[in-house]
Design a protein around this ligand. Sequence first.
Ligand code: PAF
Length: 292
Amino acid sequence: MQIVSSIAAMQRLAKKWQRAGTRIGFVPTMGYLHDGHLSLVKRARQAVGKNGKVVVSIYVNPTQFGPKEDLAKYPRDLKRDLKLLRELNADVVFTPSDAEMYPGLGSTESRPTSGFSTYVVEEKLSRTMEGASRPAHFRGVTTVVAKLFNIVLPDVAVFGQKDFQQAAVIKRMVADLNFPVKIVVAPTLRERDGLAMSSRNKYLDAEQRAQAVILYHALQAAKAAVKQKSISAGRMKIDLNEFTTAAPLARLDYMEFFDPETLEPVAQVKSGTQMALAVFFGKTRLIDNARL
Ligand code: PAF
């Protein structure tokens, strides 16, 4: 497994593979890998086969963090990540520096002040939910993913279903800007009790961790409810609020019911509606979603 940190070296390698007709599978990550990430790497390998190349990027992208968010505290363990990726036979781990990705970015800043001034902005799907709660988040995500696609030149890129809105925004960006990349969205991996795997779960103390399962329980209850009949979104929100009130450490950020293609909110929730929610436990914000 090769570790590449320079953009030019990564691009050279990708161009060499392209010339040889070798397929490139790509998994962009912010590191601190868990089994959910590893399942994306396996999916990328499946997509390109044993003769293809699998590239995993590890880069905590400053521009997708808000000024009050956890950029400095975001968990990192490169040594462990590299060991896990070696075990999975990833071909290349791309670990660019802030200085190369965003020239002019100060060490504690999430916005470059000089040396970088071009962003990619999706203007529709990114407005609600995560976009409403975290202004400029998706601008950072689409910008870094566009940059990474131009550096890694993947044929296939794999994203997790847990970040449902992110995957929808990326798919739209790829279609709108004609990136020659196939986007694969792989299922969410869960802990035994149903909590979606996330690098941020590490921030939870024991009590918060025990209560964090309410995200999954709320999704399950919504699924069960729409099996019988369609229900108004307002009624669903009132009914499902019982999960957050039963967990005193939880603070609901949003709960939305929407069309899985357009992400437009629906008035009536029925089978096939997408549900997503974000819940704070202290400063830790967890998200989850499901097709009902
Ligand atoms: O999902 C993530 O980990 C990040 O948003 C991504 C896609 C790696 C971009 O920084």
